[in-house]
Design a protein around this ligand. Structure first.
Ligand SMILES: Cc1ncc(COP(=O)(O)O)c(C=O)c1O
Length: 379
């Protein structure tokens, strides 16, 4: 074993001893883990629309967008995405991770100040690190702490507020309207990661929480992804024409990467089209309420969250792993989420309710959770 491999092996053993080792495990059983909240990925209508994409002349676009990678389908979809989000323009990125990196590193620099919720996604954290901006991490959803920091003088650069709208591991919602008002009061720019809300919230278009709060025009940029409720893969940033022009010229994760293949664009367009139907959205919220009510009746309180992300906090890493393992053995695919994805001591079962679950699936999961966690007394 080389010196490098030995040191990796030692570090891996420590990770294992801390109950933090990860391995890749394909899904089996009823899916309560993926972010396919509306069940589109297995929808026949989704498949049909995707098949149409196979008839396109080019299935891939092996070049960057700034060279020959831009296909008419990119421009067509970007126009629809701007309308969907209530923005002037939109720009597709290969993934949400790259969208956050590309947005934050091109907008913020070392002279700027950014106020970021402590539970923001890793892609936001990494984008902020790379940008070199002066960071102030405020306690989760603490609007008073946010305002106190905004009120401090910041001579020189610009000020940004960045937040997820629907938090991926906690299923709670940022007070976006109040953030928008604070951004205006203190001349800051509001950047919203609407990844998990897209397709789930917003009564007219289902485009997310920026729509639900009616603040689309008050955000400097909104990031959305296709790899969650829209059932596909990829992401986009929505904002003003000027913002999108800036990203095209300055966003390195957009510029120096291969364009999204037209075949994937067909999948993205299919998700967008299906999202116009409010039925699956209403159903997933109703099933999530059913699960929370059943858990509450069994003594498990998940009332701090809403919508299809239902976190059941277990605490210890090993306890969370064991609980997930038992559920998997019962045919319920629930996974443990552990640090660094969540704070130490807050390992959890992150349950994701889908519109294509049956009432029976939900009731079975609720009973299994109550039996398991009540018996282990881990909550
Ligand atoms: C809040 C949030 N933003 C961004 C991303 C990254 O999106 P993608 O998976 O498309 O890279 C994720 C999840 O993966 C996320 O949860």
């Amino acid at each position: 074993m080389s010196g490098l491999e030995e040191s990796l092996q030692d570090a891996l053993e420590k990770i294992e001893a801390d109950g933090l080792a990860r391995s890749l495990q394909p899904g089996e059983g009823v899916d309560f883990t993926s972010n396919d909240y509306l069940g589109f990925s297995t929808e026949e209508r989704f498949r049909e629309r995707l098949r149409a994409g196979l008839d396109e002349k080019s299935l891939s676009a092996p070049a960057s967008r700034l060279l020959r990678g831009t296909h008419p389908a990119h421009l067509e979809l970007e126009k629809k995405l701007a309308e969907f989000k209530g923005a002037e323009a939109a720009l597709i990125f290969p993934t949400g991770y790259q969208a956050n990196l590309g947005l934050l590193t091109s907008l913020l620099g070392p002279q700027d100040r950014v106020l970021s919720d402590e539970l923001n996604h890793a892609s936001i954290i990494d984008g902020l690190r790379l940008s070199g901006a002066r960071k102030h991490i405020f306690p989760h959803l603490d609007i008073d702490a946010l305002e106190r920091e905004l009120a401090r003088p910041h001579p020189g650069g610009k000020t940004f507020i960045v937040t997820e709208s629907y938090f991926s591991m906690d299923g709670d919602i940022a007070p976006l309207e109040r953030y928008a008002a604070l951004a205006e009061k203190y001349s800051a720019s509001l950047l919203v990661d609407d990844a998990h809300a897209t397709g789930l919230f917003g009564s007219e278009r289902g485009s997310g929480l920026a729509e639900e709060y009616g603040i689309e025009g008050r955000c400097a940029a909104i990031v959305s992804t296709f790899g969650k409720a829209l059932g596909g893969f990829g992401a986009f940033v929505a904002g003003s024409n000027t913002l999108v022009k800036w990203l095209v010229n300055r966003s390195r994760p957009f510029i120096f990467t291969t364009a999204t293949p037209p075949l994937l664009l067909a999948m993205m367009a299919a998700g967008l089209e299906l999202c116009a139907d409010p039925g699956p959205r209403a159903r997933v919220h109703s099933l999530a309420r059913r699960l929370r009510d059943a858990l509450a009746a069994g003594g498990l309180d998940c009332s701090g969250s809403s919508g299809p992300i239902v976190p059941v906090i277990v605490g210890g890493n090993e306890d969370a792993l064991e609980a997930a393992d038992r559920l998997q053995q019962a045919g319920l695919d629930v996974r443990a989420v552990r640090p660094p994805t969540v704070a130490p001591g807050s390992s959890r079962l992150r349950i994701s309710v889908h519109a294509d679950h049956s009432e029976g699936d939900i009731d079975r999961l609720a009973s299994a959770l109550i039996e398991l966690l009540a018996r282990k007394e881990t909550i």
